[in-house]
Design a protein around this ligand. Structure first.
Ligand SMILES: O=c1ccn([C@@H]2O[C@H](COP(=O)(O)OP(=O)(O)O[C@H]3O[C@H](CO)[C@@H](O)[C@H](O)[C@H]3O)[C@@H](O)[C@H]2O)c(=O)[nH]1
Ligand SMILES: [Mn+2]
Length: 612
């Protein structure tokens, strides 16, 4: 249903439907998805006229019916009830089929497309499937509908599929034979369009008479509907959206982030900037009527052998070999001389779902930081390749992300060593009475204050900032650390897909803003061990200082001030983690195995350090 809502929302853009074509790439090659899409095609005949007639927003039916109140106008209300009923019925049908795990035989007769699954062996081993579900059919008011195409590219165990980049490139080729629009919007399956003006807005940039010809892509920010008020996982990316990306925009344009992005097709295919290549807007899309012959030809474009000995994935289309195919593709476009635009309208253009457990966010950030570090070390490194090709400001913008993984090392140092030094009273920083203390105090204070104000200014809450700091720490000492180690030690890349579905238990805790630890993974163990280590050091400090006389205590705190502040701040940040270690009983608490490991490790490290 989530995918179907995404599809329907983009079909319903306020834009001439005969110029729109919507493609769904189903990398899972699932007949359930295909079934859902056939249902969406039928429902769209009612949904699109309804959207058009009443100018409703948003145009994802699920999001609309969740937020809309019953219309006061009688005709509208009648239509509302009718369309809502159709939607609920479709939802029931799709959920029934999904729950049963297969499409029943009598339903398979409804569409000849299901025969494609007769020869289907597994999601990893099947022929290409391309089905045109709507080919300028009329809606129930006689107006044209956009094209609607289902594609599952060929998958064979013998051929590497290159994850999302592979899927996107197959889509680019397949669409070139069917609609061949000069502008391509790509949207992740879990991000619906929240504003029907978005296509027209984006086109304004491309059509701008002065600057339009320089622009390769228009990137909208990623917004999320399931982030709670105080964002326990720091998932809102608000500073990135309200500050960082505007900064990149002023220096040549934002990165491409893989979703909510309009690309010029010719540039995505590898065209260099020559200062005058404008889109010929007078050209009609070559809407060929697709015959059976053509479908065979099109399937060939989605076969896994098509790219052999071609430039696809290298100089053409999205680039392969990097877990952040989007960033490296966008960077190469910038390096070819093009600009991009960041557009962040008041009404969010795309809304998706963000991670709802700690493990998900850590895994996602491991992929991102590892990918960004690979970009730094790749041919397209912003440092070496970008220098001289793009604005130095933009290089710095890219570096902010490319250096995520290496930043784990200093963070790890500061979250362990100063605290351990407390055990024996070895000062690493100047004492409070020395003038050298000032720079340290200034940096600590200034960074925290700046960060805090920036967060508030971007619409966050104080608690949200505090939570954000915690996630900042966890990401740096686990995701980024492992990403860094994996990259230097050269382990294999993978695209672990973020989970899109969550059970009710997890959902309830998420709504209450209780952090979900749940999974026993090396990432959680690392985070828990560091938290325990700091707790041990702080408890030891408290015990020690109780035994001291007043003067010794004062001198001790003066010399160890920075250590005490760091250690206490880390313990304060980790409060929810201690709670999840020792108090909580629900399924989201830290698993016992992790508790035992982290306590033993923390004690072991501190004893060793103490004895050294
Ligand atoms: O083998 C694959 C893996 C993923 N996808 C699709 O890629 C999209 C993004 O995957 P998701 O698991 O949601 O990843 P995120 O961590 O949310 O991805 C973010 O980061 C990625 C890498 O930088 C970008 O590609 C995404 O657009 C961006 O949303 C989804 O629509 C997937 O269906 C595929 O088609 N094939
Ligand atoms: Mn996603």
């Amino acid at each position: 249903m989530m995918v179907i809502n995404t599809v329907l929302s983009v079909m319903a853009y306020d834009y001439p439907p005969e110029k729109l074509a919507v493609y769904l790439s189903d990398d899972g090659g699932s007949e359930l998805t295909f079934y859902a899409l056939t249902q969406a095609a039928m429902f769209s005949k009612h949904w699109l006229p309804y959207c058009r007639n009443y100018k409703i927003e948003p145009r994802s039916p699920a999001a609309y019916f969740k937020s809309a109140s019953r219309p006061s106008n009688t005709k509208h209300d009648r239509d509302y009830i009718f369309v809502k009923k159709l939607f609920e019925e479709m939802k029931d049908r799709i959920e029934n089929v999904t729950n049963s795990g297969r499409v029943p035989d009598e339903l398979r007769l409804e569409h000849e497309g299901f025969s494609e699954w007769d020869s289907f062996t597994s999601p990893r081993d099947h022929a290409a499937i391309v089905k045109i579900l709507l080919d300028h059919n009329d809606d129930n008011e006689g107006q044209s509908l956009p094209n609607l195409v289902y594609m599952a590219r060929e998958k064979r165990p013998s051929h590497f599929h290159n994850f999302k980049a592979g899927a996107m490139n197959a889509l680019i080729r397949v669409s070139s034979k069917i609609s061949n629009g000069s502008i391509i919007l790509n949207v992740d399956c879990d991000m619906y369009s929240n504003s029907s003006d978005t296509v027209r807005d984006a086109l304004c940039f491309f059509m701008d008479e002065e600057k339009g010809h320089e622009i390769a892509f228009v990137q909208y920010p990623q917004c999320f509907e399931n982030v709670t008020k105080n964002e326990v996982y720091g998932g809102s990316m608000r500073v990135l959206r309200e500050v960082d990306f505007h900064g990149m925009d002023g220096n040549g344009g934002p990165m491409y982030v893989g979703t909510g992005c309009f690309h010029r097709r010719d540039i995505l295919l590898g065209k260099n900037f020559d200062g005058e290549s404008r889109i010929d807007w007078t050209l009609e899309n070559d809407h060929n009527d697709t015959t059976e012959n053509m479908i065979e030809e099109i399937k060939n474009l989605a076969s896994c052998t098509f790219e052999i000995d071609t430039e696809w994935g290298k100089e053409m289309g999205l680039k392969y070999g990097c877990p952040v195919e989007d960033v490296i593709t966008g960077l190469s476009i910038h390096c070819r001389g093009w600009k991009s635009v960041f557009y962040n309208p008041k009404r969010e253009a795309f809304i998706g779902v963000s991670a709802t457990t700690l493990d998900q966010i850590l895994v996602q950030h491991k992929r991102w930081s590892e990918g960004d570090l690979m970009v730094l070390l790749s041919k397209y490194s912003p440092l070496w390749y970008g220098l001289g090709r793009v604005n130095p400001g933009l290089i710095m913008g890219y570096l902010m992300y490319c250096l995520w993984a290496p930043s784990s090392v200093p963070t790890l140092y500061y979250s362990i060593i100063p605290s351990l030094c407390l055990l024996k009273g070895v000062p690493l920083f100047p004492t409070v009475t020395s003038e050298w203390f000032l720079p340290f105090a200034y940096v600590i204070f200034a960074i925290c204050a700046f960060d805090y104000l920036e967060f508030l200014w971007c619409g966050g809450t104080t608690r949200g900032w505090w939570n954000d700091r915690r996630i900042w720490l966890y990401k740096r000492t686990s995701s980024y650390l492992y990403a860094f180690l994996d990259t230097i030690l050269g382990s294999d890349l993978s695209f672990v897909i973020s989970s899109k579905v969550m059970d009710n238990d997890v959902k309830a805790r998420h709504e209450k803003e209780i952090m979900e630890f749940g999974v026993a993974s090396p990432l959680t163990t690392t985070v828990a061990t560091i938290a325990m280590l700091n707790l041990v050091c702080l408890l030891r400090l408290v015990m020690k200082s109780m035994l001291m006389d007043t003067t010794t205590r004062r001198v001790y705190y003066e010399t160890m001030a920075v250590h005490v502040v760091l250690c206490a701040a880390l313990v304060a940040l980790n409060m929810p983690l201690y709670w999840a270690l020792f108090v909580r009983k629900d399924n989201g608490k830290i698993p016992d195995s992790v508790t035992i490991k982290s306590v033993i490790l923390a004690l072991f490290i501190s004893i060793i350090f103490y004895l050294l």
